[in-house]
Design a protein around this ligand. Structure first.
Ligand code: GLA
Length: 370
């Protein structure tokens, strides 16, 4: 086991931030997988695999200083290899759906796997969530983290161009988990990277998330068809169950008779984030508060959209410690460009060209409310 530890000399008791590594099994192709544990000076801890960049656990304090794991996932690698709804993973080359597994770029049509009904989802059959990334840990005085690198070859999963991808996970002494994504390509390609952690701020496996109180900085959302492909409209949330501009429990309107909620079923929609100021600075996207524990998660991002979902757990998956993940036992908030952008010329572009570089930053900041 490798270990990197830094003692921050700021008087007693001396806080220690560290990164440690331990084996986590072997893939079907014989690749060794490691788990890295990032710990900050407050005792907040993230456990991350080089396989898929998966966040296996995330321990954060409640209002009494008690730590709990707030993400869903599995205890062992075989469970992740067998059937995972993208628990905790990096999603690429394209997060969310591309209609009919097809897009045209510079006059050429590309065909992708249809791995979600008639559509392509989350990069295909073997997306960035199912590959082993190169990992380099780092420690700085106020943060620890990992630099994850993966090169996706030209033609992989049907996408054009060799895509060199770097994703940096940083855990700061301010209880932030920061994701920095960057990529370059040698041929024009769509790129839309995100992170697919599922949260339950009451603690993993401790019931459904319907009582979590959500605020979204979004005046509009992208309505979908019955296969969850955006229609192209940017619809105002005012007067709909999609209005989270003021703090509202997730469960308050989730079962209302609304055609969009029927398609979800529930919320499985991209919200159009309100943006002001410099596009390179992360802006406030969402706040989630769990009343019993007092835990709060705030999300800031440079991305234009936030896909908010969590309906598809159905009691068939057994997570960490054997807990059964029933319907709505977790929610995901995936910062990203809008679904199906390669086929929607009016949406912000997801095309990356040679000579350009892709950059995106998302911050999950954890705290408590009395
Ligand atoms: C995204 C999609 C959902 C579902 C999950 C993965 O959040 O929008 O419909 O496919 O990924 O289970």
């Amino acid at each position: 086991m490798l270990a990197w530890s830094t003692a921050c000399a700021r008087g007693a008791p001396r806080p220690v931030a560290s990164v440690t590594r331990a084996p986590f099994g072997t893939t079907d192709r014989g690749e060794s997988v490691s788990a890295y544990t990032l710990k900050n000076a407050n005792g907040m801890e993230a456990r991350v695999l080089d396989y898929g960049g998966i966040i296996v656990s995330l321990r954060v304090p409640d209002r009494h200083g008690r730590f709990d794991d707030v993400v869903l996932g599995y205890d062992s690698l075989p469970a992740y290899l067998r059937a995972s709804p993208y628990f905790g993973a990096i999603i690429g080359r394209y997060g969310n759906r591309i209609a009919h597994g097809r897009f045209t770029l510079d006059g050429k049509t590309y065909t992708l796997a249809k791995n979600n009904g008639p559509n392509h989802l989350h990069g295909g059959l073997k997306g960035f969530d199912k590959v082993v990334w190169d990992v380099a840990p780092f420690e700085h005085p106020d943060s620890v983290g990992l630099v994850l690198r993966y090169t996706s070859r030209d033609g992989e999963e049907g996408y054009p161009g060799t895509l060199r991808t770097t994703v940096t996970y940083t855990l700061t002494s301010a209880n932030e988990l920061i994701f920095d994504y960057s990529a370059t390509t040698d041929r024009a390609t769509p790129v839309n990277l995100t992170q697919h952690s599922y949260f339950n701020l009451a603690g993993d496996g401790k019931g459904d998330i319907l009582g979590h109180v959500v605020t979204l900085n979004a005046d509009r959302f992208t309505p979908v068809d019955s296969t969850l492909i955006p229609t192209g409209e940017l619809k105002r949330v005012a007067g709909t169950p999609f209005d989270f501009r003021t703090p509202t429990p997730i469960g308050e309107r989730i079962d209302q008779d609304d055609v969009q909620l029927r398609y979800g079923p529930g919320y499985d929609h991209n919200f159009v984030l309100n943006k002001a100021g410099d596009a390179h600075d992360p802006t406030f996207a969402a706040r989630v508060y769990e009343p019993a524990s007092g835990r709060v998660m705030e999300i800031y991002t440079t991305e234009p959209g936030l896909l908010y979902s969590g309906n598809f757990l159905d009691g068939t998956l057994h997570g960490k410690g054997g807990v059964v993940y029933r319907r709505r036992y977790g929610f995901a908030m995936e910062t990203q460009h809008y679904p199906d952008s390669p086929n929607k010329p009016t949406f912000p572009s997801t095309t990356l060209r040679p000579g350009e570089s892709y950059h995106s930053r998302t911050i999950y900041k954890f705290g408590v409310q009395p």
